[in-house]
Design a protein around this ligand. Sequence first.
Ligand SMILES: C[S@@+](CC[C@H](N)C(=O)[O-])C[C@H]1O[C@@H](n2cnc3c(N)ncnc32)[C@H](O)[C@@H]1O
Length: 383
Amino acid sequence: MGQPDELLWDSEPRTLIKHHIYRRYLDCWMGKVCQSFEYATIVDAFAGPGVYKDGLDGSPVVVAKGYLEHSHLERFKNLTVLCAEKREDRRDHLDGLLNGISRPAKLRLQVLEAGEALARHKELDAIAHQHGPSIPTLWILDPFDWAGVPFDLVKACLQRPRDEVLVTWFADELYRFCEHAPKQAAIDRHFGGSAWRAALEVRGEGPRKEALLKAYREGIERLSGSTFTESFSVASKNAHARYSLVFATHDMRGMTCFNQAKWRMDPHRGMSANEWKYGQPTLFDPEPDLSGLRGKLESLAGQARTFEYLVNQAQRLGFTEPQVRTTLTRMDEDGLAIRQSPVKSTTPWPAGSLIRFYAAAADNGLSLTKLSPSTFERVRPGH
Ligand SMILES: C[S@@+](CC[C@H](N)C(=O)[O-])C[C@H]1O[C@@H](n2cnc3c(N)ncnc32)[C@H](O)[C@@H]1O
C-alpha cells in the first residue's frame, strides 16, 4: 500500500499486530513506570488521525486505553501522552477523538499543532521533560516509510537517560532500494552513516534484510555504551520480514518488558509474526526455542557467574528471566550448571546465587564448543 491521501484509511493485519506489540509492551512499561515515577511521558510523534476507516483504534487511543484499562490504574501516577501529526486534518480529527475520552486528571492527552516530528523535536522534548530531564519518556516513531525517520531523529529521542524509542523499520522498502544509487545518500541519513552498505555483499532476500536490520541496530547501539536494542519482525506471504519494530533503551527494565512482549507474540522464537497466519489457532502450543540461550550459557563452561549477571546478559540477547531459570534447570539435570552458593535454598536459582558451569564429558554424546565469555556478550540470536 502506498501512502493514503484520505484523512482515514483502512487498517491491515500488520497494523493490528503492531498495536498488539505496543499494547503488550505498554502493559509492562506502565506497570513499572507509572507506579514508580510521579511523571512519565509517551510521545506519539507520527500519531495519525486516531482511528482507521474500518473502526480500528489508532495508536494514541491504544496508548490511552493501555493506561485506562490497566489492572494497576488505581496506583498509577501522572502520564502525559503527547501527540504530533504533520497533517492538519488528521491532527484535528485526533484532537476531537481524544477530547471525547473520559479520563482522570492524571492522564493528560495532548495534541500539538500540526507539524513535522523532526522539526519540532525540541518542543516535544521540552514538554516531555517539563518535570525534569530524567522523566521516563517513550518515543513512538511510526511513519509511513523509512525516509520519514532520519537517524538524527532517533538520536535526538535517545539523548536523555530515561528515553526509549519504538521505531517502525521498513525492511521491504530498504531491501528494494538499497542497490539503487540515487537513493543511497538518503539511506545513509536513515542509518546515520554508510556502514549499512556492507549488507550489499550479502546475497538472498532474508539474509540481506537481516544484515540491514543488524546494521541499523548497531548504529543505534553505537550512540552510547549504554544503549541496547531489540527488534520484532512482521513477515508477509514469503515469510521474510516486511517490517520490524526496533526498540532502543538505556535500561534493562525496558528490555525486560520488550522481551516479554516479543515472546508473547511469538511463543516459539520470540522474533516475528506472520501477518497471514496471525491469530490462527495452532494445534499444539509451540515450545520456546531456547537453544540460543543454552548455547551461550554452555560457552561459560569452566566459569562461575551470578544469577543476576546471567539474566542481564540473557536479556541483551532477547531472552527473559524465566527462560534463564528454565535453561539452568535443564543444564543442571545434564550436570552442566550447578549452584555453587548458597548451598541451601528453597528455590533452585535464588537472587544472588552463584552458578558454576561445566563442559560436557567427552563420552556423553554432547559436543560443546568452548567459547570465551566475551563471545557470550557479543552474540545475539539470529545474528
Ligand atoms: C503510519 S501513520 C501513523 C499511524 C499511527 N501511529 C497508528 O498506529 O495508528 C503515519 C502518520 O504520520 C503522519 N506523518 C507523516 N510524516 C510525518 C512527520 N514528518 N511528522 C509527523 N507526522 C508525520 C502521517 O500524516 C500519518 O498520519
